[in-house]
Design a protein around this ligand. Sequence first.
Ligand SMILES: Nc1ncnc2c1ncn2[C@@H]1O[C@H](COP(=O)(O)OP(=O)(O)OP(=O)(O)O)[C@@H](O)[C@H]1O
Ligand SMILES: [Mg+2]
Length: 149
Amino acid sequence: MLSRAERQAPAGSALRTDVREVAEIAQRMLEQVRSLAQTLHPSILEAVGLEGTIEWYLSSAQRQTGIAVAYDRTGLPVPVDVTVGTHVYRILQEALKNVARHAASTQAWVRLTVTPAELVLEIEDHGAGMPAATQGRGLGLVTMRERRR
Ligand SMILES: Nc1ncnc2c1ncn2[C@@H]1O[C@H](COP(=O)(O)OP(=O)(O)OP(=O)(O)O)[C@@H](O)[C@H]1O
Ligand SMILES: [Mg+2]
């Protein structure tokens, strides 16, 4: 549509230049959304497992958000099922997104403990702290709870 509009605008006009520029911006946005969708999709889990995915994600999240994350991994190298791994990965993403959006802090701690009996993921920040009531504010915490089951 923008290409059509561009052709209809008089040649050499400011309108034509503007329409072209808007078309280029729209194209760049599409490309960014595609690349973001790839980051958010956990297909990498199948390739490198949960541990590798977390390490890769933390390094890219640190670059993107400017939050310094200290990562600590304890327990045995137990393989984690892809379905479980996907939930863990999504919980980590949401929790760190919350640190970036709400904590007013540039530091976070992530700890993962895996044993044959349980998997514990902790995300900690020393920022603003949680408000007394979080109900009705968003879906992140609700979704995290749902994924825990
Ligand atoms: N790390 C944090 N530090 C301080 N407050 C937080 C933190 N994480 C969450 N909160 C508070 O809890 C509320 C609920 O978080 P939740 O993730 O459910 O929703 P949201 O981040 O506001 O929106 P959404 O996740 O749906 O995009 C937030 O609005 C914020 O007030
Ligand atoms: Mg959130």
